[in-house]
Write a protein that binds this ligand. Structure first.
Ligand code: CAA
Length: 360
């Protein structure tokens, strides 16, 4: 067992750390206060190859491994989880699914600009009555011959307004249950596709979360991903990888808060000495460091299993993180941390996945 990172992985980690300090940190509090999307920062992340990290270079990606992706996600999330969620969704929920299951035509048309970071994407599964219970899709896609007619509403969609390419999960054949579900590539601007209200969230306030409405949207048949009825499995397989990205985000938020706490403990004085000299504070820091390291190992193990093409479902659900509070940046990190217990499968859903795996 080798715990050492390769030179390439270390270089990616350093590049993400530098980017977070020089490009994300300035203005992060203002963006959080104003619920402002980090447009400039996402554009630069795209130019540096962070939006298509694991995509084959022949499709415009950076051709890196999942371990590098976890390292980058941790570093970016230490400073700005609103920016890192765009990186996570685009890499794991949009690019990965298209590269793994898309047709050559879909890859050339949609994956290349997404992997190059010229545009970014959104993954549209959640509905008012289909959150954790993802098979209960109310959005319908009726087969009309050359195209599907898409109708319904999606909720809490990350990158809802800023995306150009949307992967939309919809029910084509109700009788067939989850085997009647399909995944479609929908473009911003298709007639009948309207972006709804923006959510006013507790955390990741710079990220744009919207509801989306589809009314008689004609989606060409060529935009269905995979065989008829593959949509639910497509969503589950995609989310399994997505959960590694979100776990790394939770890890980054926690380790960002830890680093701030550690530095603060060396500056703040109480009872005539820096608070780092009080055992009560030392114990808190020691516990944080231990739990963060455990979470980091779980994330890296899930990423490593994925890179080995081994089964990583249980590992990706096990990977998780924690948050802490103190003063301004850490207060924001605490609010941002909450969402990682909800999206891409709630903590309860992760337990379902883990329990099924260990009991099978
Ligand atoms: N990989 C491949 N196939 C899978 C799978 C996986 N990980 N999980 C399930 N399947 C398959 C099953 O094998 C089964 O197929 P067969 O009938 O052919 O055997 C089919 O899918 C149905 O599976 P289940 O009966 O297990 O389905 P279920 O209804 O019991 O659901 C669940 C299981 C784990 C709870 C699942 O519904 C789930 O993960 N729900 C949470 C959804 C979620 O994470 N939503 C987040 C929204 S996306 C988001 O947050 C993005 C963002 O904005 C950042």
């Amino acid at each position: 067992m080798i715990f050492e990172l390769t030179e390439e992985q270390l270089a990616v980690q350093q590049a993400a750390r530098d980017f977070a300090q020089t490009e994300l940190l300035p203005g992060v509090i203002e963006r959080d206060n104003n619920q402002e999307f980090p447009y400039e920062q996402i554009k630069k992340l795209g130019e540096l190859g962070f939006l298509g990290m694991m995509v084959d270079p022949k499709y415009g990606g950076s051709g890196m491994d999942t371990v590098s992706y976890v390292l980058a996600m941790e570093e970016l999330s230490k400073v700005d989880a609103s920016a890192s969620v765009v990186v996570s969704v685009n890499n794991s929920l949009v690019c990965w699914g298209l590269e793994t299951f898309g047709s050559e035509e879909q890859k050339m048309k949609y994956l290349v600009p997404l992997a190059k970071g010229e545009v970014h994407g959104a993954f549209c599964l959640s509905e008012p009555e289909a959150g954790s219970d993802a098979t209960s899709q109310r959005t319908t896609a009726i087969d009309m011959g050359d195209y599907y007619l898409l109708n319904g509403t999606k909720n809490w969609i990350t990158n809802g307004n800023t995306a150009s390419t949307y992967i939309v999960i919809a029910q084509t054949n109700v009788e067939a249950g989850h085997r009647g579900i399909n995944a479609f590539i929908v473009e911003k601007g298709m007639e009948g596709f309207v972006v709804g209200k923006k959510e006013d969230k507790m955390g990741i306030r710079g990220s744009d979360t919207h509801s989306l409405m589809f009314t008689d949207v004609k989606v060409p048949k060529a935009n269905r991903i995979g065989e008829d009825g593959f949509g639910f499995k497509f969503a589950m397989k995609t989310l399994t990888g997505g959960r590694i990205g979100i776990a790394a985000q939770a890890l980054g938020i926690a380790s960002g808060a830890y680093e701030l706490s550690l530095n603060y403990s060396k500056e703040r004085k109480a009872f005539g000495t820096e608070i780092k000299n009080h055992q009560a504070i030392q114990f808190k820091l020691a516990d944080m460091a231990t739990e963060i390291e455990a979470a980091r190992m779980l994330c890296l193990k899930a990423a490593w299993l994925k890179d080995q093409h081994a089964d990583y479902g249980k590992a990706s659900s096990m990977a998780g993180g924690y948050g802490y509070v103190k003063e301004y940046h850490v207060e924001r990190l605490m609010r941002d941390a909450k969402i990682t217990q909800i999206y891409e499968g709630t903590s309860e859903v992760q337990r379902v996945v883990i329990a099924r795996d260990i009991l099978k």
